[in-house]
Ligand binder design. Structure first.
Ligand SMILES: NC(=O)c1ccc[n+]([C@@H]2O[C@H](COP(=O)([O-])OP(=O)(O)OC[C@H]3O[C@@H](n4cnc5c(N)ncnc54)[C@H](OP(=O)(O)O)[C@@H]3O)[C@@H](O)[C@H]2O)c1
Length: 276
C-alpha cells in the first residue's frame, strides 16, 4: 500500500482514483509538518502530494509555506529512510528563475524568484539528502480542486471575451497523467533521483485558454492575448517554465502524453463538470 499525504488535492485524488493500492489522506488525517516514522511504517512507499500551493499568499506567509513545503518533506524523508521505504516527492517549475530559453533539465541551475519557489526548493534539498525521489512538474489541472481549466470554463460562461497572458511559456499537465507517471516511478525506482514530468510540448497561458475554449465548444477567438505587465501579481510568474522530460525517458519511464491530447482526454473524462 502506498501512502499519499495531501491526498485530497488534485494530484492526490487522481492517485487514489488510479490505484486500489493507494491510501490518500487529508491534512487532518496526516499533517506532514508533524510526521514521524510511526505514520509511514508498514507502507511500501510514500508519494507526497501535500504542499502549500497558494503562490501569491506565500509571499506574505513564507513561514507557513516553509513549514509545509520544506520542513514537512524533510520529516517525511527522514521517516521513510528510517523505516527503509522510498519517498517520492512532487516539486515545481518555480524552483527555476524562468529566464531560460530552452527546456530546463533537472541539472540546470535553480534560482527561485518567489517565496513558494524558495520553500519548494528547500523541500527538494531535504528529500534528496535522505535518498528520496523528487519529481518537478508544472501547470497541473485535474477534476478536484481549483485550477486554470476550471477558471477558464467559468469565465467562458460568464464573459463575452477575455484576455490571457501570451508571454509566459510552459506545459499544462493533467493530474491523472502525472499520477500514472508517479505510480510507474514508484514501481521502477530508477537510480536518477531528480526528474521532470509534465505533459509533452509547450504553449502559453493564452494558447492553453484557446484550447480550453475549443474543448468547451466555444469560439477560441473570444480569447485575446495580453502581456504579464497587464496583470501584475504579488508573486512574479516565470516567463519560461518548460521542463525537459529527457531524464524521465532516460530513466526508462513512459513520457506523459502531449498537453493538447491530454486536454481532450481530460475533457472526455469530465475534468469540467457539465453545466446543469
Ligand atoms: N497545481 C499546480 O499547478 C502545480 C504546479 C507544479 C507543481 N505542483 C506541485 O504538485 C503537488 C500537488 O499539487 P496539487 O495541485 O495537487 O495541490 P493542491 O490541490 O493544492 O493540494 C495540496 C494538498 O496539500 C494538503 N496540505 C496542505 N498542508 C498540509 C499539511 N500540513 N499536511 C498534509 N497535507 C497538507 C492540502 O490539504 P488540505 O486542503 O486538507 O489542507 C491539499 O489537499 C504539490 O507538491 C505542488 O507543489 C503543483
Amino acid at each position: 500500500m502506498i501512502l499519499v499525504p495531501g491526498g485530497r488535492g488534485q494530484l492526490g485524488h487522481d492517485l487514489a482514483l488510479l490505484s486500489d493500492d493507494v491510501r490518500a489522506v487529508s491534512s487532518a488525517e496526516l499533517d506532514v509538518t508533524a510526521v514521524t516514522a510511526d505514520d509511514v511504517r508498514g507502507y511500501a512507499a510514500v508519494v507526497n502530494c501535500a504542499a502549500y500551493t497558494a503562490v501569491d499568499a506565500a509571499e506574505t506567509d513564507e513561514d507557513r509555506a516553509f513549514e509545509v513545503n520544506a520542513v514537512g518533506p524533510g520529516l517525511l524523508a527522514r521517516a521513510c529512510a528510517s523505516v527503509g521505504i522510498p519517498l517520492i516527492h512532487v516539486s515545481t517549475d518555480y524552483v527555476f528563475s524562468g529566464d531560460g530559453a530552452r527546456p530546463y533539465e533537472p541539472s540546470d541551475d535553480v534560482g527561485p524568484k518567489t517565496a513558494y519557489g524558495r520553500t519548494k526548493l528547500e523541500g527538494e534539498r531535504r528529500v534528496l539528502e535522505e535518498g528520496g525521489w523528487v519529481v518537478r512538474t508544472s501547470w497541473v489541472y485535474g477534476a478536484h480542486g481549483s485550477n486554470f481549466v476550471k477558471t477558464m470554463a467559468a469565465l467562458e460562461f460568464s464573459r463575452p471575451s477575455l484576455s490571457v497572458v501570451d508571454d509566459q511559456r510552459g506545459t499544462p499537465t493533467w493530474s491523472r497523467d502525472l499520477a500514472a507517471g508517479l505510480l510507474e516511478l514508484a514501481s521502477v525506482l530508477p537510480s536518477t533521483r531528480l526528474l521532470h514530468a509534465t505533459g509533452g510540448g509547450e504553449t502559453t497561458w493564452f494558447g492553453f485558454a484557446q484550447a480550453i475554449f475549443t474543448e468547451l465548444g466555444a469560439d477560441p477567438e473570444r480569447v485575446t492575448p495580453c502581456t504579464t505587465a497587464d496583470f501584475p501579481r504579488p508573486a512574479p510568474r516565470p516567463a519560461y517554465s518548460v521542463l525537459s522530460g529527457a531524464a524521465w525517458a532516460a530513466a526508462g519511464l513512459r513520457p506523459l502524453p502531449h498537453w493538447r491530447s491530454a486536454l481532450s482526454e481530460a475533457f472526455r473524462a469530465g475534468v469540467v463538470a457539465p453545466r446543469a
